[in-house]
Design a protein around this ligand. Structure first.
Ligand code: NAI
Length: 260
């Protein structure tokens, strides 16, 4: 049986930006697959997020795997197909920061490889698998959607986390490549470039960024929140940006706008 509700899969959605996207899509009536990492804390958080989403009146389940383990990607989609018979939206959000911030001259191969493996390689093959799943489903009037969460570092240079910048710049190209390949298949691919969003990823640098925001680094004068990203993801999934392809949307309170 095919669910009447549309279905969204959001990677890395037990917490943070991914959870913000999941809540926004659930509020729009989507059934949600919450995906996250395989450690006990992430599984527990994923289950709690599932319960929170069910309270919004839609169905939700969790599936945990290391997104860098490409052999799990098929199963990720299959779990949603088995439960609901359809997938309409993928948000590729799971990502990691650097192992240590510091000089580009000190970047380790370990941290470089981890950024590329999780942020770029996994995204590329996840989109490839998603494309196959979408193309195997009957075409609908509504576009199916893929949203890649990259970063303001797809454009802006931060030399204290250079390997992350490299991975996110590449992440952006992954979105562009699949956008062009899939547009004729009725699939819209977008990219979102978050700026400073208050999550566990940015928590270690909170004091530093509180000060920089107060000094004017973010023209809007505040941190971003996962909800800010969720609202745009929802608009993308709902087809509110017609005749666009590979649109990359900065959600950063104006931080990336060149100015003087
Ligand atoms: P977060 O660290 O709070 O959440 C990331 C989630 O992804 C976590 O639940 C984590 O367990 C999961 N995850 C990480 N690696 C995984 C893997 N290998 N397999 C499965 N799950 C994995 O981070 P946040 O801030 O919510 O970031 C989400 C995305 O947004 C990331 O791609 C990040 O690079 C990007 N981003 C975040 C910004 C921010 O200011 N918070 C700014 C720009 C981009």
């Amino acid at each position: 049986m095919v669910s009447e509700n549309k279905v969204a899969i959001i990677t890395g959605s037990a917490r943070g930006i991914g959870k913000g996207c999941a809540l926004a899509l659930a509020e729009a009536g989507y059934n949600i697959l919450i995906h996250d990492y395989i450690d006990d804390a992430s599984i527990q958080k994923a289950k709690e997020t599932v319960e929170e989403i069910k309270k919004l009146g839609v169905d939700a389940i969790n599936f945990n795997c290391d997104i860098a383990d490409l052999s799990k990607h098929k199963e990720l989609f299959q779990v949603a197909l088995d439960r609901w018979g359809r997938v309409d939206c993928l948000v590729s959000n799971a990502g990691v920061s650097v192992m240590h911030r510091g000089d580009i001259l000190d970047v380790t191969t370990e941290s470089f490889d981890r950024c590329l493996k999780v942020n770029t390689r996994a995204t590329f093959f996840l989109l490839q698998e998603c494309a196959k799943v979408f193309m195997a489903q009957p075409k609908t009037d509504a576009k199916r959607t893929i949203v890649v969460i990259s970063s303001s570092n797809a454009e802006m240079v931060s030399i204290d986390r250079s390997e992350y910048c490299v991975s996110k710049r590449a992440n952006s190209m992954v979105a562009r490549l699949f956008a062009l390949r899939l547009i004729k298949e009725g699939v819209a691919v977008y990219e979102i470039r978050p700026g400073l969003i208050m999550t566990e990823m940015t928590a270690p640098s909170k004091a530093k960024y509180d000060k920089l925001i107060a000094e004017g680094m973010v023209p809007e004068g505040r941190w971003g929140y996962p909800k800010d990203i969720g609202i745009t993801v929802r608009a993308m999934a709902e087809g509110l940006l017609p005749y666009t392809c590979a649109l990359a949307v900065p959600i950063d309170g104006g931080m990336s706008l060149p100015n003087y």
